[in-house]
Design a protein around this ligand. Structure first.
Ligand code: PLP
Length: 415
């Protein structure tokens, strides 16, 4: 059944009802801190991993497990760990692998928070080398005996460069390290990176997976296929006996548990039910984004960045890796910061908000907000300039969205 069913069917069937105590159609919300047992002997067995059970929500909770299983199944992984935010997921995954003195190779054009995180990791002795592109040759050039991971965003937010998963995974594997992919903007609907060579996939579930803009969260899914060399990955050496499951165990039993990065049970529930419509939303969002990008591209004095536009440098990956879609984010350059602000302020349906992946269209001027602490070089490397507007396209009616944006662009000329 797994191989043949479609994405939306898989979203709704096969993980759930039959396992919940009262056959609820959705996972019950275990909004609790701790779980009680009839005897001390039973709780002792749970702590000793001799019997299955939950003890304390920071270590595990059934609502979190339901959400983890759902996303793991969508990505085709061996196991998943949900986290309090996307950033918590990224840092937990990296710290499960890297120690002081180690190095990471990261693609450029990353989300500003991730760039800032790599700066923070420097202070812990973990150095990042940024690659213009995560192709095999560049990875091989930057890799050395201290390299422990290659990290990139499948569709980078907001520069919209796409990782060639085959090239990047070959490069990472030639260097003997795993490829970690932040697939937040692609979502499991557009791509399953674990099926295309990546070893670990990460999502900020705050975005498209939740879709309703109601809870922060993140998730890490492990393919369980990376052959860890325990002489080299000393961070994992205590978990050597688990072989290819060592990363997942190190993550869950050490880093995630000890850093206290668990997702809140209510957020797991909200993200679980939000994800039920992921396929429908992504189809509509991508169709809207395509129409909006093409309409804006017809205006002479703005420059549009969207993957399905024929001249886009990563256009080929739309068919090759993204199910024929370009995703939900587009950016355009308005000519000046002042005009960018005028356009944004004129929009009726796009909310001015610092988020992506909501079912409502959201818009922002990234240079003065998300990248305000990043520095000019990092900001421009992320595809953000003084006149850039980022649009996270929603599911509104296409005609309304296109008319709203074209109206704002045209009005901004007259003012
Ligand atoms: N990764 C990407 C691509 C993002 O766009 C974001 C947030 O915008 C994050 C990670 C961080 O996610 P969170 O805000 O859930 O921590």
């Amino acid at each position: 059944m797994e191989e043949t069913i479609g994405f939306c069917t898989k979203l709704l069937h096969g993980s759930g009802a039959e396992r919940y105590a009262q056959r609820e159609i959705l996972p019950p919300i275990s909004q609790v801190t701790a779980f009680s047992y009839e005897s001390m002997e039973e709780l002792e067995k749970v702590f000793a991993h001799k019997s299955m059970g939950y003890a304390y929500t920071r270590i595990g909770n059934p609502t979190l497990s339901a959400f983890e299983e759902k996303i793991n199944r969508l990505e085709g992984g061996m196991g998943a760990v949900s986290c309090s935010s996307g950033m918590s997921a990224i840092v937990s995954a990296l710290l499960a692998i890297c120690e002081s003195g180690d190095e990471i190779i990261a693609g450029r054009g990353l989300y500003g928070g991730s760039i800032n995180l790599f700066h923070d990791l420097e202070k812990l002795g973990i150095h990042t080398r940024f690659a213009e592109r995560l192709d095999r040759e560049t990875i091989e050039r930057l890799a050395n005996e201290r390299t422990r991971a290659v990290f990139g965003e499948l569709i980078s937010n907001p520069s919209l460069t796409v990782i060639d998963l085959q090239e990047a995974s070959e490069g990472a594997h030639a260097a003997g390290v795993p490829l970690l992919v932040d697939s937040t903007t692609a979502t499991p609907y557009l791509a399953n990176p674990l099926q295309m060579g990546a070893d670990i996939v990460i999502h900020s579930t705050s975005k498209y997976i939740n879709g309703g803009g109601n809870s922060i969260g993140g998730i890490i899914v492990d393919s369980g296929k990376f052959p860890w060399d325990f002489e080299k990955f000393t961070a994992l050496s205590e978990f050597k006996k688990y072989g290819r499951m060592a990363f997942l165990l190190r993550l869950r039993a050490d880093i995630w548990e000890n850093m206290g990065g668990c997702m809140a049970p209510m957020n797991a529930f909200l993200s679980f039910i939000g994800a039920d419509t992921l396929g429908l939303r992504m189809e509509r969002i991508c169709e809207n984004a395509d129409a909006l990008a093409k309409a804006l591209d017809g205006e002479d004095d703005i420059t549009v960045n969207y993957l399905t536009l024929p001249g886009h440098p990563c256009h080929a990956y739309v068919e090759k890796q993204l199910r024929g879609y370009g995703g939900g984010i587009l950016t355009f350059r308005a000519g000046s910061k002042e005009r960018a602000f005028r356009i944004i302020n004129h929009l009726k349906y796009a909310l001015i908000a610092s988020n992506i992946g909501d079912m409502r269209t959201l818009v922002i001027h990234p240079a003065s907000t998300l990248y305000v602490h990043t520095g000019k070089e990092g900001t421009e490397a992320a595809g953000v300039f003084e006149d850039t507007i980022r649009v996270s396209v929603g599911i509104e009616d296409q005609e309304d969205l296109v008319a709203d944006f074209l109206g704002a662009v045209r009005a901004s000329r007259e003012e």
